[in-house]
Design a protein around this ligand. Structure first.
Ligand code: 13P
Length: 243
């Protein structure tokens, strides 16, 4: 049984004060959420400590938005796995399209981050996905397959989440059709060759499309950006209805 993972990626939003306000509004809305799903929030590094205090004793789990592969050392601006586990961090996003685009993050670096995370009991949420141009040129499957093969090399699929996030659907309001997202997630499952692998969809997920997405056979959760910034809309996503 694959337990769905519903995760909110706050990206570069939310101060500590805003995190407290958010959680005061959010926690009552998810008090009755069934425990057949994981509920995860990925705040910026600076709000990890505040979030860890606020969610203590609740079902909310914590993710970071990145992780370095070394435990410590001369890596200015990076955060190590042990620094994250100090704040009860359970997941870490790696290979998101934004660091891939703005900081030229490579599949090799992503692979090092994912392997290091797993060796520190952090579950990497490895993001893959094609650009608009790649999709139009018919290259989507080849691009995603390369990201999967290189990014996941020597990782354990039982301690892993893959997020299929087509770049053209991120922050654009243009969601990938549920059936097409499901088709790509099915391909990813075949390539990784693991029936237990958790595969999320991400890209303009909102209260209006969550139920349809979660009804798909190969979609085991979602990675939510914009719609996770409002407690009410993220709570509706977390409380998706089985249709
Ligand atoms: P949006 O939900 O804002 O499209 O962002 C998706 C995303 O990048 C989650 O990691």
């Amino acid at each position: 049984m694959r337990k769905p993972v519903i995760a909110g990626n706050w990206k570069m939003h939310m101060t500590c004060a805003q995190t407290k306000d958010y959680m005061n509004r959010f926690l009552p809305l998810v008090e009755a959420t069934p425990n057949d799903r994981h509920l995860v929030i990925a705040p910026p590094f600076t709000a990890l400590s505040t979030l860890a205090e606020t969610v203590s004793g609740t079902a909310v789990e914590i993710s970071s938005q990145n992780v370095h592969w070394e435990d410590k050392g001369a890596y200015t601006a990076e955060i190590s796995p042990t620094m994250l586990t100090e704040f009860q961090t359970k997941y870490t996003i790696v290979g998101h399209s934004e660091p891939r685009k703005y900081f030229s993050e490579s599949d090799e670096q992503i692979n090092k981050r994912a392997k290091s995370a797993q060796s520190h009991d952090l579950i990497p949420i490895v993001c893959v996905g094609e650009t608009d141009e790649q999709r139009e040129r018919g290259e989507a499957e080849r691009v995603i397959r390369r990201q999967i093969e290189q990014g996941l090399e020597d990782t354990d699929p039982e301690k892993l989440v893959v997020a299929y996030e087509p770049i053209w659907a991120i922050g654009t309001g243009k969601t990938c059709e549920a059936k097409e997202a499901n088709r790509i997630c099915g391909l990813i499952r075949n390539w990784v060759n693991s029936s237990n692998l958790i595969i999320q969809y991400g890209g303009s997920v909102k209260p209006g499309n969550i139920d349809e997405l979660m009804a798909m056979s190969d979609i085991d959760g979602v990675l939510v950006g914009g719609a996770s910034l409002e407690p009410e809309s993220f709570a509706r996503i977390v409380n998706y209805q089985n249709i």
